[in-house]
Every structure is written in C-alpha cells, then in structure tokens.
Ligand binder design. Sequence first.
Ligand code: HEM
Length: 438
Amino acid sequence: MFFVTETKLTGDKPTVEFDHHSPEHASDPLGSFARVESKCPVAWSESHGGYWILTDYDAVAAAARDAITFSSAYSEEYGHPIFIPSPDDPFVLAPLELDPPDFAPYRRFLHPFLTQAAVRGLESGLQYWVDFFLDQVIESGRMELVEQFATPVPSTITIDWLGLKPTDWPLYAETVHLQMKSRPGTEERRRADAGYLELVARVDAAIRDRRRHPQPDIITLLANAKINGEPVPHELALGTLLLTINGGVNTTAVLVSHALIYLSEHRGLFDKLLQDDRFMRTSTEELLRHYCPILSIGRQASRSTELHDQHIEARDHVLLAWAAANHDAAKFEDPYELRLDRWPNPHLAFGLGPHRCIGSNLARAMFANMLRAFLKRVPDFRITNVTARDNRSIDNAFEAIDIEFTPGSRVLPQAEPSPQFRTSIQDSWPASAPGGPA
Ligand code: HEM
C-alpha cells in the first residue's frame, strides 16, 4: 500500500498523505517522493501541523536560492524551520539558521578553512584517521561498517580539525545519529535531546576554555573572532561549531555506506576507481546525486509567494526534497540509473544558493580517501547483513552494515591515536590569528 494514498484539494491545496518521519518513507525515500511528485511537485501534507513538499528540481532550486522568502532562520516564536517539526532547543545553528545578510560573517569565518587548497593541506591528516580506523578491524576479518569505519572517520576528522578531543568522537557521532533517527514526541527523542545538551555543554566549555587558554585550533579563532568590529556573540560561536559538527559527523558516513553497498555488487569498478582520478570525481558526484545523504530539509515562508501556481502563505512550513530534485527527469537523463561517468552533474546534494554546503570540499576529500583505502585494503569485502534505518526524515542513513573480509595487516606503528597527531589546519591558518603560526 502506498502511503501517499490520495490527492484532494484542501482549501485549494493539493493535499497528499505524506510524513517524512514515517517508516514507509524511510523504507523507500525516492519512491515516496516520486509518488508525491506524481500528484503535484508542490504538494501539501497535513502531518506535523502542515507543510508543503517541493519535489521537482525547479521548485527546490528556486526555494533554495531565495533564502529570504524561504527562510531557514531560527526564531523564538517558531523555533528551527530546518526541522519539521521544530525541536525545543534554543541553539541557533549559524550560518544556516541566520538569513542573509546576518549569516555572511559566520560563513566568511569558516570559508578559509574549507577551500580546496585548505583541504589539500589536510590530506595527511585525513589519511591518518582512515588508516587508524581500518587498523582497528583489519586483523579480525569482520566489521560493522557504520559504527567502525563510515562514522568514526569523518566524525574524528571533523572534531579534531575544529580542536575538540578526537577520542570523544563517539559522544558527537552517537548524539547526531540519535537525533536523526528519533521521531518527534518519542522516548528516543527525549534521550536524543538529553544527549544534545551534553554535547552542547562540551562545546560550550571548549569555547570558554580557549578564551582563557588559546590553542592553535579553529575553536580558539572563533572564540576570539570579531564580527563587524564586535566580539562574536558567544551563542553564535557555539552555534557555528554545533552546525559544523552536525555537518561533518554523519553526512560523509552516509555516502560511504551507500557507495560500498553499491560497489560490493560492482567489483569490476574497483580498478578504474583506484586508477582513474577523473572517474573517481564523476563517481563521487553521481553517488552524491543518487544516494543524496541529506534527503530533505525544511524552510519557513517569510512572506506569501507562488510556486508552480500554488499559493504559499507567509509562515507556512516547506520541505525541500533535495533527493527528489536529484531524480527529476527534466534535469537528469534516466535519473534512477546510477551512471558513474555522468557529467555534467548539477545535483543538489550539497544544497544551492546562499546556504550551499560550505564543507563540500572536505566531504569529497574524506570520501575519496575512505573509498580508496577501503578498496585497497579490504578488496574482497562481503556484506553479510544490512539493517535499515526506520526514520530517514533528514539523512539517508543505515542502522548497521555487517561486513566480512580476508584479514589483513595494520599499517600504523601504534594502536593508540598518536598524541602528536592533529588534522593540520596550518596551511590555511590566517596569519594574524591568535595562537597560530607567526
Ligand atoms: C557528503 C557530505 C555532505 C553533504 C551531503 C552535505 C549537505 C549539505 C546541505 C544539503 C546543505 C544545505 C542545507 C540547507 O540549505 O538547508 C549543507 C550546508 C552546510 N554544510 Fe554540509 N554536507 C556535507 C558535508 C559537510 C561537512 C564535512 C561540513 C563541515 C565540516 C559541512 C558543513 C555545512 C555547513 C556549515 C552548512 C551550512 C552553510 C550555510 O548555511 O551557509 N557539511 N550541507
């Protein structure tokens, strides 16, 4: 039975039965969005107090580009429009939860650390953590991919790169994971909220600590940054770190998980991926397009507007379905076919417009490093079990993926994280920054 059961006109709205938090949506997000689009590319659902669902490329792109009309800004009155429904916490995830022009200084702050050149400077650090986590399982001949490789590598890189303790990665990863998978109003969501407060407290303490004891890290720079000549407000320094952690921890993990499941059934592609850099690049974009790690995200109309002849009222909630836009046949030939050499590939997996993902260079570099190392060191991996996630309201994640392979050898000299090791940001360090190199 389809869960989009009917279209009816409710006060002129083309209404579908749709809930992006439902297990039915989680079991087949692309099919679920396609059924909404077949009714209307700008459809209305009565779930969670009511929201619009945008599914075709043009509508999603138009809304993403017009960040003023389709606002992602936190407000005390409405909470967090990026989440439908909004959680209760008051932490403003900058720059995403600030509208233009207020968001710009926070984006400008992050930018120098995430350019292509800056990310190239992180290469040896990325490689270290990839090897480190593969070393932990390589001799055993088995691993649970999500928990032991796909998640810890990007999580550790992100928090180490910011200046948090790398060995704390499970706190950050588990909290984000629980937030993503728990449904509003459930006991699991209450546990997720409690975990989030602990995470926030940890990041908050790190900012306060760096104001007293500067260190050569991004937290120190942010804690002491000036915005429009004034010290950065504490809560927005906190929010910038919270969003960056959120962006870095789970998303690349989802991409790696899907890529390895696909490749386990297409072993003939391993050599080409390892030897042909261009093919690795086009494959990365196509895997991003098709598996779209962030499936959808919310907005709130700041004024009334029209999209595809539908009237969207000021204050209406709107879901931007990136994954559906990536499968719009008007934009992509044979959109449900994975063509690893597809080019050009104007997918929306990283969003679009003013809030387009600022971490995309880092995400691509982490992905390429993880995939190459995995295919080289675990070439005969077999997937023995995949446990699906029953909430894919935002991310396209799996619960668990069990893998077996022929045991291999460790490559790093020591089993514990090297105390000297940092995911180096030295190459992208602004010269005038406190605590940075002269
Ligand atoms: C495959 C990996 C990733 C995917 C698919 C992804 C996806 C996205 C998407 C769709 C947006 C736009 C959100 C919106 O407009 O509502 C976004 C924004 C953002 N992402 Fe990513 N992301 C990834 C990796 C990362 C990484 C590694 C980081 C940081 C280290 C990061 C940090 C951010 C930040 C800070 C924003 C907000 C930018 C702004 O508001 O100006 N992301 N990401």
